[in-house]
Ligand binder design. Structure first.
Ligand code: PLP
Length: 443
Protein backbone atom coordinates (compact mmCIF):
# COMPACT_ATOMS: atom_id res chain seq x y z
CA UNK A 1 0.00 0.00 0.00
CA UNK A 2 1.29 3.43 -0.85
CA UNK A 3 -0.23 6.21 1.18
CA UNK A 4 -0.39 9.75 -0.11
CA UNK A 5 1.39 12.02 2.37
CA UNK A 6 -1.41 14.53 1.89
CA UNK A 7 -3.87 11.94 3.22
CA UNK A 8 -2.02 11.93 6.58
CA UNK A 9 -2.28 14.47 9.38
CA UNK A 10 -1.70 17.85 7.73
CA UNK A 11 0.88 18.90 10.32
CA UNK A 12 3.31 16.25 9.05
CA UNK A 13 3.78 18.24 5.85
CA UNK A 14 4.88 21.25 7.86
CA UNK A 15 8.65 21.67 7.35
CA UNK A 16 9.11 22.42 11.08
CA UNK A 17 8.29 18.83 11.91
CA UNK A 18 10.96 17.58 9.56
CA UNK A 19 13.69 20.03 10.54
CA UNK A 20 15.44 17.68 12.98
CA UNK A 21 15.20 14.68 10.64
CA UNK A 22 16.59 16.72 7.81
CA UNK A 23 19.63 17.83 9.77
CA UNK A 24 20.27 14.24 10.84
CA UNK A 25 20.04 13.20 7.20
CA UNK A 26 22.57 15.83 6.12
CA UNK A 27 24.92 14.78 8.93
CA UNK A 28 24.51 11.13 7.79
CA UNK A 29 25.21 12.00 4.15
CA UNK A 30 28.41 13.87 5.00
CA UNK A 31 29.85 12.04 8.01
CA UNK A 32 33.21 13.79 7.70
CA UNK A 33 31.68 17.25 7.84
CA UNK A 34 32.10 19.19 11.08
CA UNK A 35 28.70 19.84 12.57
CA UNK A 36 28.15 23.30 13.97
CA UNK A 37 24.53 22.29 13.84
CA UNK A 38 23.55 19.82 16.54
CA UNK A 39 22.65 21.15 19.98
CA UNK A 40 23.52 17.80 21.55
CA UNK A 41 25.52 17.54 24.79
CA UNK A 42 29.27 16.93 24.67
CA UNK A 43 29.76 13.20 24.24
CA UNK A 44 33.01 12.96 26.22
CA UNK A 45 30.83 13.45 29.32
CA UNK A 46 29.15 10.12 28.66
CA UNK A 47 32.26 8.15 29.65
CA UNK A 48 31.63 8.96 33.34
CA UNK A 49 28.06 7.65 33.30
CA UNK A 50 27.52 4.59 35.50
CA UNK A 51 23.91 3.46 35.10
CA UNK A 52 24.00 0.52 37.60
CA UNK A 53 25.43 2.82 40.30
CA UNK A 54 22.69 5.42 39.81
CA UNK A 55 19.98 2.78 39.94
CA UNK A 56 21.49 1.41 43.16
CA UNK A 57 21.56 4.93 44.63
CA UNK A 58 17.91 5.35 43.79
CA UNK A 59 16.76 2.00 45.21
CA UNK A 60 18.88 2.61 48.34
CA UNK A 61 17.04 5.92 48.72
CA UNK A 62 13.68 4.16 48.35
CA UNK A 63 14.63 1.67 51.07
CA UNK A 64 16.33 4.00 53.52
CA UNK A 65 14.49 7.31 53.11
CA UNK A 66 11.08 6.15 51.94
CA UNK A 67 11.00 2.89 53.93
CA UNK A 68 10.24 0.73 50.90
CA UNK A 69 10.73 -3.04 51.22
CA UNK A 70 12.91 -4.81 48.62
CA UNK A 71 9.76 -6.03 46.87
CA UNK A 72 8.31 -2.51 46.78
CA UNK A 73 11.56 -1.08 45.44
CA UNK A 74 11.58 -3.77 42.73
CA UNK A 75 8.00 -2.92 41.86
CA UNK A 76 8.92 0.75 41.39
CA UNK A 77 11.60 -0.26 38.91
CA UNK A 78 9.88 -2.98 36.95
CA UNK A 79 6.12 -2.44 37.16
CA UNK A 80 3.92 0.12 35.42
CA UNK A 81 4.04 3.32 37.44
CA UNK A 82 1.94 6.41 38.12
CA UNK A 83 1.64 8.77 35.13
CA UNK A 84 2.64 11.71 37.30
CA UNK A 85 6.03 10.08 37.95
CA UNK A 86 8.17 8.46 40.63
CA UNK A 87 10.96 10.94 41.28
CA UNK A 88 8.71 13.91 41.98
CA UNK A 89 10.00 14.35 45.55
CA UNK A 90 13.59 14.44 44.31
CA UNK A 91 12.78 16.93 41.55
CA UNK A 92 10.83 19.10 44.02
CA UNK A 93 13.95 19.13 46.24
CA UNK A 94 16.18 20.02 43.26
CA UNK A 95 13.89 22.94 42.43
CA UNK A 96 13.99 24.18 46.03
CA UNK A 97 17.78 23.81 46.22
CA UNK A 98 18.68 25.33 42.85
CA UNK A 99 15.90 27.68 41.85
CA UNK A 100 14.05 28.72 44.98
CA UNK A 101 10.91 27.17 43.48
CA UNK A 102 8.91 25.64 46.30
CA UNK A 103 6.13 23.37 45.05
CA UNK A 104 4.71 20.10 46.37
CA UNK A 105 5.68 16.91 44.49
CA UNK A 106 2.03 16.54 43.42
CA UNK A 107 2.37 19.72 41.35
CA UNK A 108 5.05 18.08 39.19
CA UNK A 109 4.71 15.58 36.33
CA UNK A 110 7.78 13.63 35.25
CA UNK A 111 7.74 13.41 31.46
CA UNK A 112 9.51 11.63 28.62
CA UNK A 113 11.88 14.55 28.10
CA UNK A 114 10.93 18.19 28.13
CA UNK A 115 9.44 17.58 24.70
CA UNK A 116 6.56 15.58 26.13
CA UNK A 117 6.07 18.21 28.82
CA UNK A 118 5.55 20.83 26.12
CA UNK A 119 3.23 18.62 24.08
CA UNK A 120 0.88 17.72 26.96
CA UNK A 121 0.95 21.29 28.27
CA UNK A 122 -0.16 22.71 24.92
CA UNK A 123 -2.71 19.93 24.57
CA UNK A 124 -4.27 20.44 27.99
CA UNK A 125 -4.21 24.24 28.15
CA UNK A 126 -5.78 24.89 24.76
CA UNK A 127 -9.53 24.44 24.91
CA UNK A 128 -9.83 24.26 21.13
CA UNK A 129 -8.05 25.40 18.01
CA UNK A 130 -9.10 29.00 18.41
CA UNK A 131 -6.66 29.31 21.33
CA UNK A 132 -3.37 30.87 20.34
CA UNK A 133 0.11 29.82 21.43
CA UNK A 134 2.45 32.81 21.30
CA UNK A 135 6.11 31.94 20.80
CA UNK A 136 9.27 33.98 20.34
CA UNK A 137 10.37 34.50 16.74
CA UNK A 138 12.65 32.58 16.33
CA UNK A 139 11.50 29.70 18.54
CA UNK A 140 12.82 26.26 19.48
CA UNK A 141 11.50 23.88 16.78
CA UNK A 142 10.40 21.30 19.37
CA UNK A 143 7.91 23.78 20.84
CA UNK A 144 6.81 25.05 17.45
CA UNK A 145 6.47 21.49 16.12
CA UNK A 146 4.47 20.29 19.16
CA UNK A 147 1.99 23.14 18.72
CA UNK A 148 1.77 22.43 15.00
CA UNK A 149 1.25 18.71 15.59
CA UNK A 150 -1.74 19.59 17.76
CA UNK A 151 -3.08 21.86 15.02
CA UNK A 152 -2.88 24.95 17.24
CA UNK A 153 -2.60 28.52 16.06
CA UNK A 154 0.92 29.82 16.62
CA UNK A 155 1.96 33.47 16.50
CA UNK A 156 5.60 34.59 16.62
CA UNK A 157 6.66 37.58 18.71
CA UNK A 158 9.94 39.25 17.70
CA UNK A 159 12.82 38.17 19.89
CA UNK A 160 16.14 39.93 19.60
CA UNK A 161 19.27 40.07 21.73
CA UNK A 162 17.44 42.62 23.87
CA UNK A 163 14.58 40.23 24.67
CA UNK A 164 11.05 39.67 23.48
CA UNK A 165 8.91 42.48 22.07
CA UNK A 166 6.29 42.87 24.81
CA UNK A 167 4.48 45.71 23.03
CA UNK A 168 3.94 43.45 20.03
CA UNK A 169 2.75 40.68 22.36
CA UNK A 170 0.21 43.04 23.93
CA UNK A 171 -1.05 44.03 20.47
CA UNK A 172 -1.42 40.36 19.48
CA UNK A 173 -3.43 39.71 22.68
CA UNK A 174 -5.69 42.73 22.04
CA UNK A 175 -6.25 41.72 18.43
CA UNK A 176 -7.04 38.12 19.39
CA UNK A 177 -9.56 39.27 21.98
CA UNK A 178 -11.21 41.64 19.51
CA UNK A 179 -11.49 38.71 17.07
CA UNK A 180 -13.13 36.43 19.64
CA UNK A 181 -10.12 34.26 20.40
CA UNK A 182 -7.43 34.45 23.06
CA UNK A 183 -3.70 34.12 23.50
CA UNK A 184 -3.73 31.22 25.92
CA UNK A 185 -0.02 31.13 26.64
CA UNK A 186 3.43 32.34 25.77
CA UNK A 187 6.11 29.68 25.43
CA UNK A 188 9.52 31.15 26.25
CA UNK A 189 13.12 30.24 27.12
CA UNK A 190 14.33 33.12 29.30
CA UNK A 191 17.99 32.02 29.41
CA UNK A 192 20.14 31.70 26.26
CA UNK A 193 17.21 30.63 24.13
CA UNK A 194 17.52 28.10 21.36
CA UNK A 195 18.21 29.34 18.68
CA UNK A 196 18.46 33.07 19.38
CA UNK A 197 20.69 33.10 22.49
CA UNK A 198 18.29 35.68 23.93
CA UNK A 199 18.24 36.19 27.70
CA UNK A 200 15.53 38.21 29.40
CA UNK A 201 16.81 40.79 31.87
CA UNK A 202 15.24 40.87 35.32
CA UNK A 203 13.22 43.92 34.25
CA UNK A 204 11.92 42.08 31.19
CA UNK A 205 11.04 39.07 33.35
CA UNK A 206 8.98 41.23 35.69
CA UNK A 207 7.35 43.10 32.82
CA UNK A 208 6.46 39.81 31.12
CA UNK A 209 4.77 38.50 34.27
CA UNK A 210 2.87 41.78 34.65
CA UNK A 211 1.77 41.52 31.01
CA UNK A 212 0.62 37.91 31.55
CA UNK A 213 -1.52 39.11 34.45
CA UNK A 214 -2.88 42.10 32.54
CA UNK A 215 -3.69 40.13 29.38
CA UNK A 216 -4.68 36.93 31.21
CA UNK A 217 -2.33 34.42 29.58
CA UNK A 218 -0.11 31.71 31.05
CA UNK A 219 3.65 31.48 30.56
CA UNK A 220 5.34 28.17 29.75
CA UNK A 221 8.96 28.57 30.83
CA UNK A 222 11.60 26.22 29.38
CA UNK A 223 15.18 26.86 30.42
CA UNK A 224 17.49 23.94 29.59
CA UNK A 225 20.51 26.21 29.02
CA UNK A 226 20.34 28.33 32.17
CA UNK A 227 23.00 26.13 33.80
CA UNK A 228 25.65 27.45 31.37
CA UNK A 229 25.53 30.91 32.92
CA UNK A 230 28.83 32.34 34.23
CA UNK A 231 28.99 32.15 38.04
CA UNK A 232 27.73 35.36 39.59
CA UNK A 233 25.46 36.29 36.67
CA UNK A 234 22.49 34.08 37.64
CA UNK A 235 18.98 35.41 37.05
CA UNK A 236 15.86 34.06 38.78
CA UNK A 237 13.58 31.78 36.80
CA UNK A 238 10.21 33.25 35.86
CA UNK A 239 8.57 30.64 38.08
CA UNK A 240 10.54 31.70 41.15
CA UNK A 241 9.41 35.33 40.86
CA UNK A 242 5.86 34.55 39.79
CA UNK A 243 3.53 35.67 42.57
CA UNK A 244 0.27 35.15 40.68
CA UNK A 245 0.57 31.55 39.50
CA UNK A 246 0.96 32.48 35.84
CA UNK A 247 4.02 30.32 35.08
CA UNK A 248 4.34 26.64 34.26
CA UNK A 249 7.98 25.59 34.50
CA UNK A 250 9.25 22.88 32.14
CA UNK A 251 12.57 21.15 32.73
CA UNK A 252 14.94 18.84 30.90
CA UNK A 253 17.60 16.47 32.22
CA UNK A 254 18.94 15.95 28.70
CA UNK A 255 21.69 18.56 28.70
CA UNK A 256 23.07 17.90 32.18
CA UNK A 257 22.37 14.17 32.76
CA UNK A 258 21.87 12.49 29.38
CA UNK A 259 19.38 12.80 26.51
CA UNK A 260 19.20 9.00 26.17
CA UNK A 261 17.29 8.73 29.46
CA UNK A 262 14.45 10.87 28.03
CA UNK A 263 13.48 12.42 31.34
CA UNK A 264 12.06 15.89 31.86
CA UNK A 265 9.29 17.42 33.95
CA UNK A 266 6.68 20.11 34.19
CA UNK A 267 5.69 22.11 37.25
CA UNK A 268 1.99 23.01 37.11
CA UNK A 269 0.82 24.13 40.55
CA UNK A 270 -2.13 26.15 39.24
CA UNK A 271 -5.44 24.98 40.69
CA UNK A 272 -8.23 23.52 38.58
CA UNK A 273 -11.77 23.50 39.97
CA UNK A 274 -13.94 20.55 38.99
CA UNK A 275 -17.75 20.38 38.62
CA UNK A 276 -18.18 19.58 42.34
CA UNK A 277 -16.27 22.70 43.39
CA UNK A 278 -13.14 20.90 44.61
CA UNK A 279 -9.68 21.94 43.52
CA UNK A 280 -6.71 19.94 42.27
CA UNK A 281 -3.40 20.81 40.69
CA UNK A 282 -3.24 21.37 36.94
CA UNK A 283 -0.45 18.74 37.08
CA UNK A 284 -3.15 16.10 37.63
CA UNK A 285 -4.78 17.05 34.32
CA UNK A 286 -1.41 16.91 32.58
CA UNK A 287 -0.85 13.45 34.08
CA UNK A 288 -4.21 12.34 32.68
CA UNK A 289 -3.15 13.48 29.21
CA UNK A 290 0.19 11.73 29.68
CA UNK A 291 -1.56 8.50 30.65
CA UNK A 292 -2.93 8.42 27.10
CA UNK A 293 0.39 9.19 25.40
CA UNK A 294 3.28 7.40 27.12
CA UNK A 295 1.42 5.95 30.19
CA UNK A 296 4.39 6.69 32.43
CA UNK A 297 7.96 7.86 31.93
CA UNK A 298 10.29 4.85 31.90
CA UNK A 299 10.78 3.84 35.54
CA UNK A 300 14.34 2.72 34.77
CA UNK A 301 15.16 6.12 33.28
CA UNK A 302 13.62 7.90 36.26
CA UNK A 303 15.71 5.73 38.59
CA UNK A 304 18.88 6.63 36.65
CA UNK A 305 18.19 10.36 36.76
CA UNK A 306 16.93 10.15 40.35
CA UNK A 307 20.12 8.34 41.40
CA UNK A 308 22.31 10.90 39.64
CA UNK A 309 20.51 13.74 41.41
CA UNK A 310 20.71 12.05 44.83
CA UNK A 311 24.44 11.51 44.27
CA UNK A 312 24.77 15.29 43.84
CA UNK A 313 22.76 16.26 46.93
CA UNK A 314 19.63 16.91 44.87
CA UNK A 315 21.26 19.77 43.00
CA UNK A 316 21.31 19.91 39.21
CA UNK A 317 23.54 22.97 39.54
CA UNK A 318 26.18 20.89 41.39
CA UNK A 319 25.87 18.11 38.84
CA UNK A 320 26.17 20.65 36.02
CA UNK A 321 29.09 22.72 37.32
CA UNK A 322 31.94 20.96 35.45
CA UNK A 323 29.88 20.66 32.30
CA UNK A 324 28.91 24.32 32.42
CA UNK A 325 32.62 25.23 32.27
CA UNK A 326 33.02 23.18 29.08
CA UNK A 327 30.09 24.93 27.40
CA UNK A 328 31.25 28.39 28.55
CA UNK A 329 34.70 27.69 27.16
CA UNK A 330 33.32 26.34 23.87
CA UNK A 331 31.10 29.36 23.38
CA UNK A 332 34.09 31.64 23.97
CA UNK A 333 36.14 29.57 21.49
CA UNK A 334 33.41 29.78 18.86
CA UNK A 335 33.09 33.54 19.24
CA UNK A 336 36.86 33.95 19.18
CA UNK A 337 37.18 31.83 16.02
CA UNK A 338 34.47 33.92 14.32
CA UNK A 339 36.36 37.03 15.35
CA UNK A 340 39.67 35.76 13.92
CA UNK A 341 38.43 34.04 10.75
CA UNK A 342 35.77 36.56 9.76
CA UNK A 343 35.96 39.57 12.07
CA UNK A 344 33.09 41.76 13.17
CA UNK A 345 34.14 44.84 11.16
CA UNK A 346 34.64 42.97 7.90
CA UNK A 347 31.43 41.07 8.49
CA UNK A 348 29.48 44.29 9.08
CA UNK A 349 30.85 45.74 5.84
CA UNK A 350 29.30 42.77 4.03
CA UNK A 351 25.98 42.76 5.88
CA UNK A 352 26.91 39.82 8.11
CA UNK A 353 26.42 39.85 11.85
CA UNK A 354 26.23 37.50 14.80
CA UNK A 355 25.30 37.84 18.41
CA UNK A 356 27.52 37.10 21.41
CA UNK A 357 25.32 35.48 24.07
CA UNK A 358 26.63 35.15 27.62
CA UNK A 359 25.90 31.41 27.68
CA UNK A 360 24.01 28.59 26.05
CA UNK A 361 24.96 26.43 23.09
CA UNK A 362 24.13 28.74 20.19
CA UNK A 363 25.19 31.76 18.16
CA UNK A 364 22.73 33.33 15.71
CA UNK A 365 24.24 34.63 12.46
CA UNK A 366 22.58 36.82 9.83
CA UNK A 367 23.75 36.82 6.21
CA UNK A 368 22.91 39.20 3.36
CA UNK A 369 21.80 36.15 1.31
CA UNK A 370 19.49 33.21 1.96
CA UNK A 371 20.93 30.62 4.33
CA UNK A 372 18.80 27.87 2.83
CA UNK A 373 18.97 24.13 2.30
CA UNK A 374 20.70 24.52 -1.05
CA UNK A 375 23.45 26.60 0.58
CA UNK A 376 23.70 24.09 3.40
CA UNK A 377 24.12 21.23 0.96
CA UNK A 378 27.02 23.02 -0.78
CA UNK A 379 28.55 23.91 2.57
CA UNK A 380 28.38 20.29 3.77
CA UNK A 381 29.46 18.65 0.48
CA UNK A 382 32.20 21.00 -0.70
CA UNK A 383 33.42 22.62 2.50
CA UNK A 384 32.71 19.95 5.10
CA UNK A 385 30.81 22.13 7.54
CA UNK A 386 27.18 21.89 8.61
CA UNK A 387 25.10 24.61 10.27
CA UNK A 388 21.38 25.03 10.87
CA UNK A 389 19.23 27.20 8.59
CA UNK A 390 16.87 29.14 10.84
CA UNK A 391 13.79 29.39 8.66
CA UNK A 392 12.12 26.47 10.45
CA UNK A 393 12.50 28.29 13.78
CA UNK A 394 9.95 30.87 12.67
CA UNK A 395 6.18 30.36 12.86
CA UNK A 396 5.81 32.26 9.58
CA UNK A 397 8.92 30.78 7.89
CA UNK A 398 10.71 34.13 7.83
CA UNK A 399 14.33 34.24 8.98
CA UNK A 400 15.54 32.98 5.62
CA UNK A 401 18.85 34.84 5.97
CA UNK A 402 19.73 33.45 9.38
CA UNK A 403 21.69 30.43 10.52
CA UNK A 404 22.43 28.91 13.90
CA UNK A 405 25.88 27.80 14.99
CA UNK A 406 26.18 25.37 17.87
CA UNK A 407 29.29 24.79 19.94
CA UNK A 408 28.19 22.11 22.41
CA UNK A 409 29.39 18.79 21.04
CA UNK A 410 32.78 19.73 19.58
CA UNK A 411 36.33 19.88 20.88
CA UNK A 412 38.60 22.88 20.45
CA UNK A 413 40.23 21.69 17.18
CA UNK A 414 36.90 20.86 15.56
CA UNK A 415 35.44 24.23 16.53
CA UNK A 416 38.43 26.06 15.08
CA UNK A 417 38.37 24.02 11.88
CA UNK A 418 34.59 24.31 11.58
CA UNK A 419 34.66 28.11 11.69
CA UNK A 420 37.63 28.20 9.28
CA UNK A 421 35.63 26.09 6.81
CA UNK A 422 32.57 28.28 7.28
CA UNK A 423 34.61 31.41 6.56
CA UNK A 424 36.11 29.78 3.41
CA UNK A 425 32.64 28.85 2.27
CA UNK A 426 31.36 32.39 2.78
CA UNK A 427 34.38 33.85 0.96
CA UNK A 428 34.14 31.49 -2.00
CA UNK A 429 30.44 32.21 -2.31
CA UNK A 430 31.32 35.91 -2.35
CA UNK A 431 29.21 36.52 0.74
CA UNK A 432 32.49 37.73 2.22
CA UNK A 433 35.44 39.12 0.29
CA UNK A 434 38.20 36.59 -0.50
CA UNK A 435 40.75 36.58 2.30
CA UNK A 436 43.62 38.34 0.46
CA UNK A 437 41.35 41.32 -0.22
CA UNK A 438 40.22 41.26 3.36
CA UNK A 439 43.83 41.18 4.56
CA UNK A 440 44.59 44.19 2.39
CA UNK A 441 41.54 45.97 3.62
CA UNK A 442 42.45 45.50 7.25
CA UNK A 443 46.23 46.02 6.90
C1 PLP B 1 14.76 24.96 24.38
C2 PLP B 1 14.73 23.47 24.45
N1 PLP B 1 13.78 22.87 25.17
C3 PLP B 1 13.73 21.53 25.27
C4 PLP B 1 14.66 20.73 24.62
C5 PLP B 1 14.53 19.23 24.64
O1 PLP B 1 14.53 18.69 25.86
P1 PLP B 1 14.36 17.12 26.03
O2 PLP B 1 15.51 16.45 25.35
O3 PLP B 1 14.36 16.95 27.50
O4 PLP B 1 13.06 16.72 25.40
C6 PLP B 1 15.65 21.31 23.86
C7 PLP B 1 16.61 20.45 23.15
O5 PLP B 1 17.34 20.80 22.30
C8 PLP B 1 15.69 22.71 23.77
O6 PLP B 1 16.63 23.33 23.05
Amino acid sequence: VTLDKLSLNASLSNPVLNAVNFLNEIAGMYPDAISLSAGAPYEAFFSDIDIPRYIRRFTDYLRTERNFSDAEARRVLYQYGPSRGQINEIVAQVLRNDEGIDVPPEAIVITAGCQEALLITFLVLCRDRSDIVAVPAPCYTGALGAARLLGLQVIGIDSTTCGINLEQLARVCDRARAGGSRVRMLYISPDFANPSGTTLSIIQRRRLLAEAERQDFLVVEDSPYGFTRQPGTELPTLKSIDRKGRVLHAGSFAKVCMPGARVGYIVADQLVRDGQGSDHFLAAELATAKSMTTVNTSAISQAVVGGMLIEHDCSLATLAAGKARHYQRNLALLLDALHRHIGEAEAAAHGISWNAPGGGFFVRMTLPVAADLEMLDVSAREYGVIWTPMQDFYADNSGTNELRLSCSNLNEEALEEGVLRLSRFLRDRRVLAPRHQADNATS
